[in-house]
Design a protein around this ligand. Structure first.
Ligand SMILES: Cc1cc2nc3c(=O)[nH]c(=O)nc-3n(C[C@H](O)[C@H](O)[C@H](O)COP(=O)(O)OP(=O)(O)OC[C@H]3O[C@@H](n4cnc5c(N)ncnc54)[C@H](O)[C@@H]3O)c2cc1C
Length: 387
């Protein structure tokens, strides 16, 4: 998770549960280059966020976390129906008026004033209304599983990102419990296609292709099945309409390299609930009454998307912007998931100009560092030294 999520936990009274349940604390992040034993670390304590009184966030086992959150919603008064599959959203004259569900083999129509689609990447309503647009910038492929005996090195509480010597390739290393570590290999889909087509072989080959990750995995033992995810970045054309809203992945999903998907899902749910409360108070649940929600979420996810796009372009070079005093705070805020209600984020423009300058200058010393295909050489000077 990213630290921005703490504000939502606090607001809904869920922070206590997170502490009580003993989820691993996440104090920072470490990035590892492709061709040398080295790492760059960031500690969240170094850049406190307003309204957040702890210098860590959490690593979670999603099934346990999701169940606790569901129970919390129930405790606060939601009526929760599990094992019920929504088949379609019902419309009357273009206005959402309820859902058709399958309960114990029976098809039942349930009326509703407002329908919120939180169906994740199944994107029920987005599919039904044909709103889904594949992201032109990312076509990623991922294989992941849980392992025991991963050597977590000197910073066992961090998320570790290991860059790989293939296009947009990286590995996440996330401690789930004291002994279990989630490991996931991500790369452009074309990298997978160029391999032998076997995702298990692909996982093992790539997770041996950078020195720090090879070391971390040398005695690792897999403890659950591999999972495969593909084509996972997209956006819906609209995030709301007459009587309906989309939250979380049902609205937009961007590559997970910043670990902010759950935070975006929870923030969008918070914004949607605020919008719904004022729409119901005004007795107007039309598209125009809900429009502010879309603007708010689209602005935030546009910042998120652009940061990730530039981050992939820069790879370890993005740390240059952490080193610079004038940008440090802005980059760290983005890494912590602070993307909401922001007027502008000047560091994104600075990153774009930096990239343009390097790409358009044939003899620029930093050119070899660019593009997802490139290997950061062991003997090459550190990017900061070249500035
Ligand atoms: C490879 C990968 C790695 C990721 N890593 C991270 C990470 O490190 N950190 C992070 O924050 N995020 C990460 N994410 C993103 C994160 O998983 C999502 O952004 C987040 O789960 C979105 O939450 P959600 O509630 O919108 O959807 P989901 O968590 O997918 O929940 C959707 C729910 O809707 C239910 N549902 C679907 N269709 C129906 C239906 N028709 N009827 C009834 N119920 C239905 C599903 O069963 C599910 O329970 C990662 C994603 C991927 C693909």
């Amino acid at each position: 998770m990213v630290t921005a999520i703490t504000r939502v936990f606090e607001e809904i009274g869920f922070l206590e549960t997170m502490e009580r349940e003993g989820f691993s604390h996440k104090y920072g992040a470490s990035w590892h280059p492709t061709a040398s034993h080295a790492a760059l670390h960031v500690k969240f304590a170094g850049f406190p966020q307003p309204g957040i009184n702890q210098d860590y966030t959490y690593h979670v086992d999603r099934s346990r976390f999701d169940l606790l959150l569901l129970k919390h919603a129930e405790k606060l008064g939601s009526c929760v129906c599990q094992g019920v599959c929504v088949k379609k959203v019902l419309f009357d004259a273009g206005h959402a008026v309820g859902v058709r569900v399958n309960i114990a083999g029976q098809s039942v129509d349930i009326p509703a004033r407002i329908v919120v689609d939180a169906s994740g990447r199944q994107a029920l309503l987005g599919q039904q209304l044909r709103l889904r647009r594949t992201d032109p910038d990312f076509n990623q492929f991922s294989v992941h599983a849980w392992f025991e005996n991963v050597d977590r090195g000197g910073r066992p509480d961090d998320i570790h990102i290991h860059f790989l010597p293939v296009k947009r390739g990286w590995v996440w290393q996330i401690p789930i419990t004291d002994t279990v570590t989630s490991m996931g290999v991500v790369a452009e889909r074309e990298v997978f296609r160029a391999g032998k087509g076997d995702y298990e072989v692909w996982f093992h080959e790539l997770s041996r292709s950078a020195p720090d990750i090879a070391l971390a995995m040398r005695d690792a033992k897999r403890v659950n099945d591999f999972k495969v995810e593909a084509d996972y970045s997209y956006q819906m054309d609209s995030f709301m309409g007459d009587g309906w809203l989309l939250v979380g992945d049902a609205a937009r999903f961007v590559d997970p390299i910043i670990s902010s998907g759950v935070s975006v899902a929870m923030h969008s749910a918070k914004f949607a609930s605020e919008q719904i409360a004022s729409a119901l108070a005004a007795d107007d649940v039309s598209c125009s009454a809900l429009a502010h929600y879309e603007t708010r979420l689209k602005n935030a996810t546009a910042i998120w998307h652009e940061f990730i796009r530039l981050y992939y372009k820069l790879l370890l070079m993005f740390t240059v912007f952490i080193a610079r005093e004038e940008y440090r705070l802005q980059v760290l805020q983005l890494l912590q998931g602070d993307i909401y209600d922001r007027e502008e984020v000047p560091v994104l423009q600075a990153m774009r100009e930096f990239i343009d300058n390097v790409e358009n200058t044939e003899s620029h010393l930093l050119r070899p560092y660019f593009d997802g295909d490139l290997i950061l050489d062991e003997d090459a000077p550190a990017p900061q030294e070249l500035l």
